[in-house]
Design a protein around this ligand. Structure first.
Ligand code: NAP
Ligand code: GDD
Length: 346
């Protein structure tokens, strides 16, 4: 008998890779999708096309984490063995603009899901998409599962609630519920408003002569960036463990946004020279003297997370999980994909 998985957030970066992985492993996959006025399924389109090999293995259900009764109905209808709760308002800066909605989805949405499990009596394992944003103003370097949290945005505070309610329901009701504390992971499917993809798309356009300047906010913040397909494999392993538990998935390397920009241009044998300070700083192409990067304060956040770097030893020891793709290779994958993709359309 095939195992059954239910994924919220299946149309997102991680949801799409996870759906692919689970289908490859022989699962029947159910995904929750939001009604949208324009097409929001581009990342899973290849899995849902007619005569696809997964035609009778992948099912989509309209739903929303702000609607409890619909979560109950989906659970009763699908009776999953494993639930992956990936749905979220996932943009940190946007959470400062819509803090209440971010809490509705990223915090209350999780308790709606867990309570739907209790109410329906469905016996499913539960994976929660927790985040390195919980560490915020970091209390320790590198961050581990025992590092104290200090969230720095409405998004991170909402995710803190979810982290703890997952632990509470695990202890109170003996539910197999686990947190994956995932550090930033990127890919050619990353949303274009996140910094890595914004850089890879715009560097490709600058090289192709389609745009002049890439405007960014804080280019000195540091992130631990890994490759998303490897992280969804980690999510699956977290639910295959003997006991429910909480795990950091990361690369144990940290790089600045500035380095991401420099490395992206290097893929085209271009060197960036920096001139000026603060909001007047500019990135200039050494070969031509053209300004290609500038600062726009509209991308600054009211409170910033300066550095993230995760220690994944526990996941390595207990799950046999390790990241493979390191920083330079990740940049290359993303930049080359965007360059080829944009060039095709010219
Ligand atoms: P993403 O690309 O932004 O995808 C988010 C998904 O959630 C989309 O499918 C979106 O649907 C769905 N969604 C948003 N609001 C919803 C609602 N009210 N009800 C139902 N679905 C809703 O995010 P991601 O990068 O794949 O991340 C997946 C999860 O991991 C998120 O919870 C994120 O916070 C967390 N996380 C991500 C990272 C990372 O570096 N990527 C690191 C740590 C944790 P639409 O397509 O319709 O918008
Ligand atoms: N988005 C964005 N746009 N970020 C910028 C920009 C810009 O123009 N300029 C500088 N940055 C900086 C941000 O200030 C931040 O320090 C860093 O680039 C990374 O920003 P994002 O790519 O938006 O990611 P994030 O780290 O805030 O959040 C992502 O990772 C979290 C895990 O740590 C998201 O995927 C979250 O959902 C996830 O939980």
């Amino acid at each position: 008998m095939s195992k059954i998985a239910l994924i919220s957030g299946i149309t997102g970066q991680d949801g799409s890779y996870l759906a692919e992985l689970l289908l490859q492993k022989g699962y029947v996959v159910h995904g929750i999708v939001r009604r949208s006025s324009s097409f929001n399924r581009a990342r899973i389109d290849h899995l849902t096309k007619d005569k696809n090999i997964y035609q009778h293995k992948l099912f989509l259900h309209y739903g929303d984490l702000t609607d409890s009764s619909n979560l109950n109905r989906i659970l009763e209808k699908t009776n999953p063995d494993e639930i992956y709760n990936l749905a979220a308002q996932s943009h940190v800066q946007v959470s400062f603009e819509i803090p209440e909605y971010s809490a509705e989805v990223d915090a209350v949405g999780t308790i709606r899901f867990l309570d739907a499990l209790r109410e329906t009596g469905v016996k499913s394992k539960f994976y929660q998409a927790s985040t390195s944003e919980l560490y915020g103003k970091v209390q320790e370097i590198p961050q581990t599962e025992t590092t104290p949290f200090y969230p720095r945005s409405p998004y991170a505070v909402a995710k803190l609630y979810s982290y703890w309610i997952v632990r509470n329901y695990r202890e109170a009701y003996n539910i197999f519920a686990s947190n994956g504390i995932l550090f930033n992971h990127e890919s050619e499917r990353r949303g274009k408003s996140f910094v890595t993809r914004k850089i890879s798309v715009n560097v490709a356009k600058i090289i192709l002569g389609l745009t002049d300047i890439l405007y960014l906010g804080n280019i000195d913040s540091k992130r631990d960036w890994g490759y998303a397909p490897e992280y969804v494999e980690g999510m699956w392993r977290i639910l295959q463990a003997k006991e429910p538990n909480d795990f950091v998935l990361s690369t144990n390397e940290t790089h600045t946004v500035r380095e991401f920009i420099e490395e992206s241009f290097k893929c085209f044998n271009e060197e960036i020279v920096w001139e000026g300070i603060g909001i007047h700083e500019k990135g200039i192409l050494k070969s031509s003297g053209k300004v290609v990067v500038a600062i726009n304060p509209m991308y600054f956040r009211p409170t910033e997370v300066d550095i993230l770097i995760g220690d994944y030893s526990k996941a390595k020891k207990k799950l046999g999980w390790e990241p493979k793709t390191k920083f330079k290779e990740l940049v290359k994958i993303m930049v080359q994909y965007d360059y080829n993709n944009i060039k095709k359309t010219l």
